[in-house]
Design a protein around this ligand. Sequence first.
Ligand code: BJW
Ligand code: ZN
Length: 254
Amino acid sequence: MRRPNYAFRMWTKQPFSNKLLNRLRSSRYLLVLTGAGVSAESGVPTFRGKDGYWRKFSPQELATMDAFEKNSELVWEWYEYRRGLIREVQPNPAHYAIKDLEDRFAEFLLVTQNIDGLHQRAGSRKIAELHGNIWRDRCLKCGQVYDHKEVKLKGVPPKCACGGLLRPDVVWFGEALPQETLLQALQAAQFCDFLLTVGTSALVQPAASLPLLAQENGAFVVEINLEPTPLSERVNESIRGKAGEVLPGLVKKL
Ligand code: BJW
Ligand code: ZN
């Protein structure tokens, strides 16, 4: 049987190679890329996992402009359900470990695909939200952005003061990512020394390209995930384990 040509370690008491630790300790600029798996241990369902959202609903039914135009009530109900769920949960040890990493590196950027705001609640500040934030609404007519706390939903779909229809300020399939945020993430990938990709299936572009872009530019790239992903064979090291266990273990080793 062909052996995989990448370093892969199960989460054991010592999942970190000396090479990984040396590269991390000597890095000046750390980029952390996160996905839904980082919030899973807080109780937020992932998209494609065992109890993921996409197992119950099709993305085309819920996370596209087409879907919103066809049935904005259904899409809003889904977001209201998720807001209710996210409101009740707390950041987990993975979120706090990432905040600790931010404090330990001269240069740092957290690029997240998550829209739940849990990184901010754990204290992360240097953060680029690629797919928007579930706590904001945006008017389709005048572009006004509302902090959701100011918007009282008197039923769905909610309306702007101008009469326009509000939508969640998140990025759906086929939509451009916020330009400045994407640029910030691309620059970080080009200039970082070390990239940690955590809890993402690495299926959704352009986020999934960031680790390889960083690697092409000389960074050491490490994946932390419960399962293999399309990146696993390409990164420098892939660690199978729970983000909430592996990341605090890594911080302790610094
Ligand atoms: C754990 C764990 C634990 C669990 N510990 N790990 C072909 C090639 C290239 C691109 C395309 C293509 N065809 C179409 C595209 C484009 C498309 C795309 O990538 N599609 C692919 C599916 C093929 N991309 C887009 O459309 C993007 N826009 C774009 O390309 O624009 C171009 C453009 C330019 C100019 C003008 C116009 C257009 C936009 C993508 C938007 C994605 N949006 C969503 C919804 C956001 C809002 C919401 O949440 O409601 O973002 S989809 C969903 O997927 C969400 C996530 O952020 C994103 C990524 O998912 P993630 O985070 O990776 O979660 P999962 O569930 O997939 O994985 C979880 C992982 O965690 C698993 O691996 C588990 O094993 C692991 N895990 N527990 C560690 N405890
Ligand atoms: Zn408006």
